[in-house]
Write a protein that binds this ligand. Structure first.
Ligand code: NAP
Length: 250
């Protein structure tokens, strides 16, 4: 897939899945800006590694839950770039806990970072994408949206919310040549799943028909497919990338 001449914004691009998405777009010729929250060393390392290879990548500190900061960042980037072709809403966190003991702060933090952030960025990019009559938006959901995982009520609510939001946005924006889709990853090897993998990697693999965990590149490939110019007739969809985990077979 060729993204030469395109301008791409990725949230949570400093580590894990987001980092792989940044790399894939940069390798495909795009100019990429990515957002991180607190780990500036990780963000700087991504920028250095890719710019040393001649890629066009820059990092921006911005809390995705902060609407004022998001509006300012998108305005600045669109001002510099003159357009914005692709938005990937990837940033996300977990703060697991059973409902009986889950704090209001942990509920709010997960909803704000995972779901309100998608509203913030989609609203900020909608005007420039509508006026250029082109856009591709990919939102990172999760198979957890449909799993009944004890301890993940906040996370599942945020990821299910993303799926409903994605379908409504797709309908609102389709006539402007803007597609809005979601990717629902299964178990992917990143920092986010480190604790679960340490505790039960073999058990998890037995539940996955592909008999392996996913790699960040598996999600990056699906994201680039949905973000490609050629995918303009695909909108409002949730693409599961999970090695068959949710198929329900034995
Ligand atoms: P990760 O390795 O923990 O990386 C998270 C990224 O999000 C980091 O770049 C982090 O930046 C950024 N981030 C977190 N909070 C932020 C905030 N408030 N503002 C800006 N950036 C923020 O996570 P991952 O495993 O790659 O997951 C990426 C996405 O995929 C998430 O939405 C996650 O829910 C989803 N997902 C993951 C899996 C999986 O198995 N890993 C499965 C399904 C869905 P800092 O380091 O600076 O905080």
């Amino acid at each position: 897939m060729n993204f030469e001449g395109q301008f791409v914004l990725v949230t949570g691009g400093s580590r894990g899945i987001g980092r792989s998405i940044v790399e894939a777009f940069a390798n495909a010729g795009a100019t990429v800006g990515f957002v991180y929250n607190s780990n500036s060393a990780a963000a700087d390392a991504v920028v250095k590694e890719l710019t040393d290879k001649g890629k066009k990548v820059s990092a921006y500190q911005c809390d995705v839950a902060d609407k004022v900061a998001v509006d300012a960042l998108v305005e600045k980037l669109v001002g510099e770039w003159g357009r914005l072709d692709v938005l990937v809403n990837n940033a996300g966190i977990i703060k697991d806990g059973l409902l009986a003991t889950m704090t209001f702060e942990d509920w709010n933090a997960v909803i704000a970072t995972n779901l309100t952030s998608v509203f913030n960025f989609c609203q900020a990019v909608t005007r420039p994408m509508m006026s250029q009559r082109y856009g591709r938006i990919v939102n990172m959901s999760s198979v957890a949206a449909e799993f009944a995982n004890a301890g993940q009520a906040n996370y599942a609510a945020s990821k299910g919310g993303i799926q409903g939001f994605t379908r409504c946005m797709a309908t609102e924006l389709a006539r402007r040549n803007i597609t809005v889709n979601a990717v629902a990853p299964g178990f992917i090897e990143t920092d986010m799943t480190a604790a679960v993998r340490n505790a039960a990697e073999d058990e998890i693999k037995k539940r996955i028909p592909a008999r392996r965990l996913g790699k960040p590149e598996d999600i990056a490939n699906a994201t680039l497919f949905l973000a490609a110019k050629e995918s303009g007739y695909v909108t409002g969809q949730v693409l599961k990338v999970d090695g068959g985990l949710t198929l329900g077979g034995i």
